[in-house]
Design a protein. Structure first.
Length: 94
């Protein structure tokens, strides 16, 4: 399992539509190290389970560490919140 650390910039709910299921999302802003030693800011939008979303709503502006999984699809990195994290712990890890 991997973890990402960043400042919570936004949390929002996406209602269901004809094409997509209902989802809860968090946007994190974090640092990404470049090969020349510089640092650039990157935003990650991550779909999370509702219980995690509810915990993160009160954390806006704070820095948190969240477990993630990822894979490559069509030459793009896809990130996700591991479902087993909710099932095994029921809450966001400290």
């Amino acid at each position: 399992m991997y973890k990402v650390t960043g400042q919570i910039i936004n949390v929002f709910h996406s209602p269901p539509s004809e094409k997509y299921d209902e989802s809860w999302k968090v946007q994190l802003l974090g640092d990404s190290a470049l090969v020349d030693g510089q640092v650039k800011k990157e935003m990650l939008t991550l779909t999370v389970p509702r219980p995690i979303f509810e915990q993160l709503q009160s954390q806006q502006g704070k820095t948190v560490t969240i477990p993630i999984g990822f894979y490559v699809k069509n030459n793009m990195l896809v990130t996700f919140y591991p479902k087993h994290e909710v099932a095994s712990k029921g809450s966001l890890p400290a």
